[in-house]
Each structure stands twice: as structure tokens, then as C-alpha cells.
Write a protein that binds this ligand. Structure first.
Ligand code: NAD
Length: 294
């Protein structure tokens, strides 16, 4: 049986530790950490994600300031709100839930967030810091959550052949940069224009899949002893939630594997809390949170 990389359990432990930490800060007279969450429109999936993130904030004592804007909010209005939050001393971190409606330029909005408050780590300054190995970077929540999960289970990543499938700005690219930035391990990044996906995946010691296609990775595509991280979230017609990996068959060959649900998803939310508390700590003169060390 493979090791099940239990993100749900680890995320709970992290929330408990963060709660203690926040309580210590507030008992010293400091205000609570504060995260502003902006949602534009009524995309049902985004509404669920925002609800979960705010619930997790509540649990650990992070104040979440919810700004829910109508679908046709003009871009200038959104930029004006972000500017106000950037200048608000009582707001530590800002999250703009993606995707944004089509009439809004996502890159422009992300770039307008103050890099120090960019809790998702999507601002070009943080992306640059991640790529160049700078220490004061904010790492995007999903890759950071995966990193924390692998370390918690003592998965050896040094010099391993890492394959990342999916090259989005929010998961695949920053994930690959985490391995590259300190030359931890060689990493291959595959995407929709990869000619022969199996050629890459079957050589992977560590396989991280973030595509959004059920059963993209089947057991003939992996080698024995592989560590599999399944980022995908797919809702099947029968209502089941599955990842991108054929879990039942791939697990027979894996050394370790994340389940869906209960793997990467809860770790993403936990990392959001860690990043928020880390920004808050630095604002009050404390070192960044140890879990953000990459
Ligand atoms: P995206 O659509 O932005 O990117 C998908 C990537 O997959 C692209 O790079 C694309 O080129 C690549 N791709 C598409 N078809 C492919 C194929 N046949 N072979 C190889 N690569 C292919 O998606 P995203 O935002 O990175 O999310 C990916 C998945 O991860 C989705 O299911 C999403 O719901 C999920 N997700 C989960 C979490 C979490 O916390 N668990 C967080 C973010 C995203």
C-alpha cells in the first residue's frame, strides 16, 4: 500500500498551530491578521472557494474582509478598491478570486496589488522573486501547500526527476520554479503541446499533475515507486469529485500519492492562512512564517 499524503489531516494540524500563534499575538495586544477577499460576479465554484477560505480564516482568528462586487463592475472600480486596500494599514493581505469576468484585465488587476500584500503570490514581482531564488518571496498557495505536504511526509525531492504536468501561472509554472530556484531537482514541465506525455511521466520520480482532465494519468504512464501529487479537481456526471490521476490503479505502483478530495485542496487553503499570518508577522517585526521557507 502506498503512503497516502493526507492533506486534510495536515491542513487541520496547521490550522490548529496557526490559531495558537494568532492567539499569542492578539494576547500581546496586536490586532488580528486581516485578509481582504474580493469576488467579482457569481460564479458558483468561486463562491464555494471563497466561502471555504473565509471559514478557514475564521477558525484561526484571521479577520476576513469580504468585498463581493457585481459581475459588471468596471475595471477602474476594482482597481480603485484595490488601491484603497493597498493603503489600508489594517489590511495585511489581499486576495482577488480568479477567474475575473472577461471585461476585466486579470494581469492588470494582479499587478495593481501591493506585492507585500499579494497573498496569492501572483504579482510579477513575487513571480520574479520565486524564479530568481529570493528569500522574501510570497509563494502561490497551491505549490506552497504541495511543498509543505511533501516535506511533512519526508518525501526526498533532492536530485529526483520531477515532472509537472500543466503549466498554468497559478499551479504548474510556480510549482516547477520551486524545484528550479535552488537547483533542488531537475524538472520537466509538460502542457497541452507536449507531443508524448507518457515519455515524460514514465520517467518521473515525482509526478505533479495540474490539468483538469479525469484519468489523464493512467497506471501504464508511471513507474513503480513514483510519488504522485494530483492537483486536478473534476466533477463527474455522477457527482463524484476526482483528480487527473486514475487513483485506484496508479496507487498500486506508487510509493506515495495524494487523494482527491483530501489531498492538495485543503493544503491550498492552509497555505493561504500561512501566507496571511506570515505577512502579518513581518508587518509587526517578526520573521516570516517558517512554513513559507522554500
Ligand atoms: P489551467 O486550465 O489554467 O491550466 C491547465 C494546464 O494543463 C495548461 O498548462 C494546459 O496546457 C495543460 N493541459 C491541458 N491539456 C493537457 C494534456 N492533455 N496534457 C498535458 N497538459 C495539458 O488550470 P489550473 O488553474 O492550473 O488548474 C488545473 C487543475 O487543478 C484544475 O482541475 C483545477 O480545478 C485544479 N486546481 C486545484 C487546486 C487545488 O487546490 N486542489 C488549485 C488550483 C487548481
Amino acid at each position: 500500500m502506498p503512503i497516502i499524503l493526507d492533506g486534510k489531516k495536515l491542513a487541520k494540524k496547521i490550522r490548529e498551530e496557526l490559531k495558537k500563534e494568532v492567539d499569542e499575538f492578539t494576547s500581546k495586544g496586536l490586532r488580528n491578521p486581516t485578509l481582504a477577499v474580493i469576488l467579482v460576479g457569481n460564479d458558483p465554484a468561486s463562491e464555494v472557494y471563497v466561502k471555504n477560505k473565509r471559514k478557514a480564516c475564521d477558525e484561526v482568528g484571521i479577520k476576513s474582509l469580504y468585498i463581493h462586487l457585481v459581475e459588471d463592475t468596471p475595471e477602474e472600480e476594482l482597481l480603485r478598491i484595490i488601491n484603497k486596500l493597498n493603503n489600508d494599514e489594517d489590511v495585511d493581505a489581499i486576495l482577488v478570486q480568479l477567474p475575473l469576468p472577461k471585461h476585466i484585465n486579470t494581469q492588470k488587476v494582479i499587478s495593481s496589488i501591493s506585492p507585500e500584500k499579494d497573498v496569492d503570490g501572483f504579482h510579477p514581482e513575487n513571480v520574479g522573486k520565486l524564479a530568481t531564488g529570493m528569500k522574501d518571496v510570497i509563494v502561490p498557495c497551491t505549490p506552497l501547500g504541495i511543498w509543505i505536504l511533501l516535506k511533512e511526509y519526508n518525501i526526498d525531492t533532492f536530485k529526483k526527476d520531477v515532472v509537472v504536468v500543466g503549466a498554468s501561472n497559478i499551479v504548474g509554472k510556480p510549482m516547477s520554479l520551486l524545484f528550479l530556484r535552488n537547483e533542488e531537482a531537475p524538472v520537466s514541465v509538460c502542457h497541452r503541446n507536449t507531443k508524448d506525455l507518457k515519455h515524460y511521466t514514465q520517467n518521473a520520480d515525482i509526478l505533479i499533475v495540474a490539468v483538469g482532465k479525469p484519468n489523464l494519468i493512467t497506471s501504464d504512464m508511471v513507474k513503480n515507486g513514483v510519488v504522485v501529487v494530483d492537483v486536478g479537481i473534476n466533477r463527474l456526471e455522477d457527482g463524484r469529485l476526482v483528480g487527473d490521476v486514475d487513483f485506484e490503479n496508479v496507487k498500486e505502483k506508487a510509493f506515495a500519492i495524494t487523494p482527491v478530495p483530501g489531498g492538495v485542496g485543503p493544503m491550498t487553503v492552509a497555505s493561504l492562512l500561512v501566507n496571511t499570518v506570515s505577512i502579518y508577522r513581518q508587518k509587526f517585526g517578526y520573521p516570516k512564517h517558517p512554513l513559507t521557507e522554500v
